[in-house]
Ligand binder design. Sequence first.
Ligand SMILES: CC(C)(COP(=O)(O)OP(=O)(O)OC[C@H]1O[C@@H](n2cnc3c(N)ncnc32)[C@H](O)[C@@H]1OP(=O)(O)O)[C@@H](O)C(=O)NCCC(=O)NCCS
Length: 225
Amino acid sequence: MTNPAPDASRLQWRLLQEADLQSMYGLHLLSIAGMAAQAVKPETREFMLSLLQGRGRVIGAWHEDALVAYGVLQHDLLEHDDPRSLLGLTAAQPVCKLAGAAVDPGWRGQGLQRALIRRRMDCAPRDAALFATAAPCNLPSWHNLLACGFAVRALQYLYGGHARYLLALLPQEQAVSLRPEAEVCVELDNGELPQQQALLMQGWRGTAVGMAAGSLRLVTTVKGR
Ligand SMILES: CC(C)(COP(=O)(O)OP(=O)(O)OC[C@H]1O[C@@H](n2cnc3c(N)ncnc32)[C@H](O)[C@@H]1OP(=O)(O)O)[C@@H](O)C(=O)NCCC(=O)NCCS
């Protein structure tokens, strides 16, 4: 007999405390098991402790006493993490990073990362620009961010040379739907990262999943209409 599908509507949501460190770290390790460093960055226990001690907030979904999903909202950023110049923002612009998420493999496919993204959007300061990084080969990660209104704004090579999209959602884009009209759009796949990077550097944005598996739909933006 097969086990019934887990029921996400019965999860308990709460902010994690320092005492939840082992649950959080254990779920992180479980969630990335078998994934290559090019797809996801392994985090240290110390980094997680620093988040729980005040560098950020961690929202968790619990089933009975087991943590099955979490998402990090980090406000205390290191200098090398600061996306403001890449996003054309001033130094005064508040920024928060969606700095990691994990869903227990047995609970995947139920929209839990999207729920975690929306919960973090709700608890971030209203004037904050939100950003996240995701490997182009980690499709669930950036697909979920796009579905919540984030756009790919840059392609960087981080953590020892691994490709990472920089995705962002700016405060004015959260308040009203001010999506710029698309003049031109193009879809480029995972094997065309240099072409994607060149367009992003010219101001194009990745706003949707493309038709071909793994591809990104990029659009130009129209300003001043
Ligand atoms: C990323 C992660 C949190 C997403 O978990 P989730 O919320 O259950 O996400 P889902 O499995 O429902 O996938 C989300 C979307 O990606 C799509 N997707 C999932 N796996 C896919 C694959 N192999 N190829 C293409 N699309 C895929 C799903 O179809 C879904 O899109 P849809 O609803 O439009 O169909 C989870 O995979 C995880 O814990 N991964 C390891 C840690 C990690 O990578 N964290 C993020 C970076 S820090």
